[in-house]
Design a protein around this ligand. Structure first.
Ligand code: PLP
Length: 400
């Protein structure tokens, strides 16, 4: 019998070597207690959280928590069914209405995760004879959606408008075309030139889907994302998003003005063949989304945090993923996995949690320490974070 696990041997070996060096496993950290969106207890000590997607700090919002408790009491712990059978409660309709109001769009469809939203929408609208033109650095859920639908995948160089145009022009006349983009790319925290890309896509007869997972709530005057900030939200056919980041719970969605959009509820397999979100989750999401509509002050503070951290890290001598702060994600580029893991651990000992990101999740084989800021990080915390980076960076030789 051949062992189907033997293909993982190189990865097992790499992991074992890393752990044998005595380092804490960066992919197995337990948060023993979470005190707030910015502080948790890890390994018995107070740790500042700089590696969550809790951009708008909604997880402990009293109104959000109260809505979840009320729904748990009134509707129970779960729906035990698909949205198209017994799994649609009034809370599911209410969160879809909150999304329609948030984005000022005609239709909203909620999935059990953002992963499933990409999987479902992309695989359902683009099939075997259609072409999906996508940024090479797209999220795994986008690639998996393309694979599930069996469409022809045409990748182009990251954020390169000319490359996108060239690929579009090579697609046979009359074929179905979907361009898939992200507002903020989560590894380096860089923003897409959506204005130019959407214009090129439309000029070449393609529909456009934008995943705004890392920009919802924060970027744009109303927090609708990069499409809003760049003034082209009305030209985007489908926006995908998640409740697992700024909204502060779990779930995914697609919003659109397409007149035939509602048919997706009957033909989209990752929507039909899975259980719907629990009532407490949709209640927290709806409350959070409505509060995010009115969060201009928090957005401003988050921008200040992001700019302050970016400038401070650069001044310390770290190499960063972007020339300036473009989002709430700031990526610190490490020379290799070993140094990255050592720096990650040194930061944890200082009392700071960041994400260690490595290939295949990262572009160009990079190892990154990914910092994601929260609107609830105080100015003092950002100062503390910079002090921790300075100490850990010197201890590991990352900076002099
Ligand atoms: C760009 C992007 N799209 C989709 C997702 C999936 O979101 P979820 O956590 O809701 O499955 C993520 C998650 O990290 C993401 O970064």
């Amino acid at each position: 019998m051949s062992d189907l696990f033997s293909k993982f041997d190189p990865l097992i070996e790499q992991r074992d070597t890393l752990l044998e060096s005595g380092i804490t496993d960066p992919f197995n950290l337990v948060m023993e207690r979470v005190e707030s969106p910015t502080v948790a207890i890890c390994n018995g000590r107070r740790t500042i959280l700089l590696g969550t997607y809790n951009y708008m700090g909604m997880t402990f919002d009293p109104d959000v928590v109260a809505a979840g408790k009320k729904a748990l009491d009134e509707f129970g712990s779960g729906t035990t069914g698909s949205r198209v059978l017994n799994g649609t409660y009034e809370g599911h309709k209410a969160v879809e209405q909150a999304l329609k109001d948030f984005y000022a769009m005609d239709h909203a469809m909620v999935f059990s995760t953002g992963y499933q939203a990409n999987l479902g929408v992309i695989s359902t609208i683009a099939g075997k004879d259609d072409y999906i033109v996508l940024d090479i650095d797209s999220h795994a859920s986008i690639y998996d959606g393309c694979a599930l639908g069996n469409a022809q995948i045409v990748p182009f160089r990251h954020n390169d408008v000319e490359a996108l145009e060239k690929r579009l022009k090579r697609i046979p006349e009359g074929a179905g075309k979907l361009v898939v983009l992200e507002g903020v790319y989560s590894m380096l925290g860089d923003v897409a030139p959506l204005k130019e890309m959407v214009a090129v896509s439309k000029a070449n007869g393609a529909m456009v889907l934008v995943d705004e997972a890392h920009s919802m709530g924060f970027i744009g005057a109303h927090g609708r994302g990069v499409s809003e900030a760049q003034g082209i939200i009305d030209d985007v056919d489908f926006i995908i998003g998640t409740f697992s980041k700024s909204v502060g719970t779990v779930g995914g969605f697609c919003v659109s003005n397409h007149p035939k959009f509602e048919i997706l509820r009957l033909v989209c397999r990752p929507y039909v063949f899975t259980a719907s979100l629990p009532p407490s989750v949709v209640a927290t999401a709806a409350t959070s989304i409505r509060k995010l509509m009115d969060s201009a002050d928090k957005r401003e503070h988050l921008w200040e945090n992001s700019k302050r951290l970016h400038a401070g890290l650069r001044q310390l001598g770290f190499t960063l993923g972007t020339d300036e702060a473009q989002s709430a994600i700031i990526a610190v580029i490490m020379p290799d996995l070993e140094t990255g893991a050592a720096m990650w651990e040194a930061l944890l000992h200082e009392g700071l949690y960041v994400n260690l990101a490595r290939p295949p999740a990262t572009p160009a084989g990079m190892t990154l320490l990914r910092c994601s800021l929260c609107a609830l990080h105080s100015e003092e915390q950002v100062g503390e974070i910079l002090g921790m980076f300075a100490a850990a960076g010197r201890a590991t030789g990352c900076i002099s």
